[in-house]
Design a protein. Structure first.
Length: 278
């Protein structure tokens, strides 16, 4: 088993063990969630959808007023890959506001900005080939009016609460919004297939990169793909349900079928096509 905390990471121009990169308990990124991140998979030594992940990370950082330093992230990733020879991994991009020397919690102008990256072994959404989803009708996903679908944020509390409440026998949860529409789960988008049409929510969700790859596959396969509000009833009556994430790619649920299976096979090919060698 890999000793994750002693893997070599990058922070503010230095390479050091992951356990030393912070943040501290005083940093605004910790106590105020004044931070953002992105997670990119590496398959067989190739960074997957690097340009898309970097663009989203930059957009998220800009959205929250966090200026990324003048550094080439790809060169950092290549160096991390040399120091941590892991063929299948996740690369984390992180940026957060620190603590001002004045000690004044409203002194935002003088807060240092911390930028870090690290690489660690990959892990699945669940230890099963077919994920069993629990539809949590009582925990509402945060409204995206402020955060927006294009930006990653640290607002995970309702996702964590939903996971903690899920009944025994379920692998993970799917949340609804305040209007009762399907949103997403902890770190994944939800896709459904109905009458050979692929659908995913466009309401109160992160516009995931893996789902964008599914959209590419659908177009190439002449399958209709649509982003729209998905009522609970449509989710429950779907012919197939699958989930997408950087951690699991395209993953089957217990409601699988031929379209989901096709997407999984096509995604395996995209790992090569969309990969950047490290």
């Amino acid at each position: 088993m890999t000793d994750v905390l002693n893997l070599i990471a990058y922070k503010n121009g230095e390479y050091k063990p992951l356990k030393e990169i912070g943040p501290t308990v005083l940093d605004f990124g910790f106590i105020h969630c004044d931070s953002t991140y992105d997670v990119m998979p590496v398959y067989d030594g190739k960074a997957f959808c690097y340009d898309r992940h970097l663009a989203r990370f930059k957009a998220s950082a800009s959205r929250y007023g966090l200026e990324i330093p003048d550094v080439d992230p790809l060169e950092v990733i290549k160096e991390l890959a040399k120091r941590n020879p892991i063929k299948n991994a996740f690369v984390w991009f992180l940026i957060w506001r620190g603590f001002p020397p004045s000690g004044n919690p409203r002194d935002l102008e003088n807060c240092p900005i911390n930028f870090a990256m690290y690489i660690k072994p990959s892990y699945p959404i669940a230890n099963t080939p077919m994920v069993k989803l629990y539809l949590d009708k009582n925990t509402n996903r945060v409204n995206d009016d402020y955060y927006g679908q294009e930006f990653k944020n640290m607002a995970w509390i309702e996702l964590t609460m939903s996971q903690m409440k899920r009944p025994k026998g379920f692998d993970t949860t799917v949340l609804v919004d305040t209007d009762g529409f399907i949103t997403e789960g902890p770190g994944f988008n939800v896709g459904i297939v109905k009458d050979n049409c692929i659908m995913t929510s466009n309401k109160n969700v992160l516009k995931g990169i893996t789902m964008s790859v599914v959209e590419d596959i659908a177009k190439e396969s002449a399958i209709h793909f649509e982003r729209l509000p998905i009522p609970k009833e449509l989710f429950l009556s779907a012919d197939e349900v699958f989930i997408t994430s950087s951690s699991g790619g395209v993953t089957q649920t217990t409601k699988c079928g031929p379209v989901s299976e096709m997407l999984i096979k096509a995604y395996e090919k995209k790992k090569v096509e969309y990969g950047t060698m490290l």
